[in-house]
Design a protein around this ligand. Structure first.
Ligand code: CP
Ligand code: NVA
Length: 292
C-alpha cells in the first residue's frame, strides 16, 4: 500500500518532525536530491491555484522529475470516466498524484484505487500541504514547535482545520477564533472560541485566511464579510499577542479585508516566507512518499 497525504493525520509526530527538518535542509540546498529522476508526478487541478501549482512544479523539477499538470478539461473525468479508472491508469505512469478539488471524498476515492501516493493539494475540508509549510515557517522563526501558541482568526475553513490537526501532531497549542456560524467543529486538541482577545493573548503567531473560500457559495460572500469583519488581522490585534508575534496568511490575500495591507506588507509578517516554504515542504513530502 502506498503512503498517502490526504489530511496529514497519516503522519506520526516523528515523521512530521523529520519532514520539517528535511524541508529546511532543502531550503538550504535546493538541488540536494534527485529522488524523482526521470519520473513524472501528475498534478490534477480542478480548482485555480497560484502557489500550489508553481511550488509543486518547480519543486518536482528540482527533484529531477517531470510535473504533469492536468486541468479539469484535460481529463476524461469530465466525460464520465470514473475516479477509479483514472486512478488505475495514472498509477501505471507516474510516481505520485496530487489533486486539488472540492469534495474530500473524491480525493479519498482516488487514493483508495491508486497504487502510487496521492497528495491532497486542497479540498473544501483540508489543506495539509499548506499546514506542512506553515509548520516549517514557524519552526524556522521560533526554533521549535512544542508548546508554541498559534491563534487562527476568521473563517473556520480548510486551512484552519489542517493547521489545527498538524499543529496538534507537532505539540503546538492552536486556538481558533471565529464568529458564530463560522467556527470549526471541534478538532484535534485545538481550542475553538468566539473570544478574539482571549485567543490571541500571548500567541506567538496570528494566522488568517480569506473570508470566502473557493469552495464556498459565492452568494454567501456579503454575509460572510459582514460576520467576519471584526476578526480582521491588523496591527491592533497583533499588539494583543506576544511581543514580536508574527502574522501569517496562506494567500491569496484580500488586503484590507481579512488582513490589513499594513500587516501584509509590513515588518511583522512572515507571509512571503510562508509562500516560499511551500516548495521546500512539498519536496520533503514527495521524497518521503515515493521512498516509503
Ligand atoms: N495557499 C495556496 O494554496 O495558494 P494557491 O491557491 O494559489 O495554490
Ligand atoms: N481557504 C482558501 C485557501 C486558499 C489557498 C480556499 O479554500 O479557497
Amino acid at each position: 500500500m502506498p503512503r498517502h497525504f490526504l489530511t496529514g493525520a497519516e503522519l506520526t509526530a516523528v515523521e512530521l518532525g523529520a519532514l520539517i527538518d528535511r524541508a529546511l535542509e532543502f531550503k538550504a540546498a535546493p538541488l540536494s536530491s534527485d529522488v524523482l529522476h526521470r519520473r513524472s508526478v501528475a498534478l490534477i487541478f480542478q480548482r485555480p491555484s497560484t502557489r500550489t501549482r508553481v511550488s509543486f512544479e518547480a519543486g518536482i523539477v528540482e527533484l529531477g522529475g517531470h510535473p504533469m499538470v492536468l486541468r479539469t478539461d484535460d481529463l476524461q473525468l469530465t466525460r464520465g470516466e470514473s475516479i477509479r479508472d483514472t486512478a488505475y491508469v495514472l498509477s501505471r505512469h507516474v510516481a505520485a498524484i496530487g489533486i486539488r478539488t472540492g469534495p474530500d471524498e473524491l480525493v479519498s476515492e482516488f487514493a483508495e484505487h491508486a497504487s502510487v501516493p496521492v497528495v491532497n493539494m486542497l479540498t473544501s475540508g483540508h489543506h495539509p500541504c499548506q499546514a506542512l509549510a506553515d509548520l516549517v515557517t514557524l519552526r524556522e522563526t521560533f526554533g521549535g514547535l512544542e508548546g508554541l501558541v498559534v491563534a487562527y482568526v476568521g473563517d473556520g475553513n480548510n486551512v484552519a482545520r489542517s493547521l489545527a490537526e498538524l499543529g496538534a501532531t507537532a505539540g503546538m497549542s492552536v486556538r481558533l477564533a471565529s464568529p458564530r456560524g463560522y467556527e470549526l467543529a471541534p478538532v484535534a486538541s485545538a481550542l475553538v472560541t468566539y473570544d478574539l482577545p482571549a485567543a490571541v493573548d500571548g500567541a506567538s503567531a496570528i494566522y488568517t485566511d480569506v473570508w470566502v473560500s473557493m469552495n464556498d457559495d459565492p452568494e454567501s460572500a456579503a454575509a460572510r464579510r459582514r460576520a467576519l469583519a471584526p476578526y480582521q488581522l491588523n496591527d491592533r490585534l497583533l499588539d494583543l499577542a506576544a511581543p514580536n508575534a508574527i502574522a501569517l496568511h496562506c494567500l491569496p490575500a484580500h488586503p484590507d479585508e481579512e488582513i490589513t495591507a499594513q500587516v501584509l506588507y509590513g515588518p511583522r509578517q512572515r507571509i512571503w516566507e510562508q509562500a516560499e516554504n511551500r516548495r521546500h515542504a512539498q519536496k520533503a513530502l514527495l521524497e518521503f512518499l515515493v521512498s516509503s
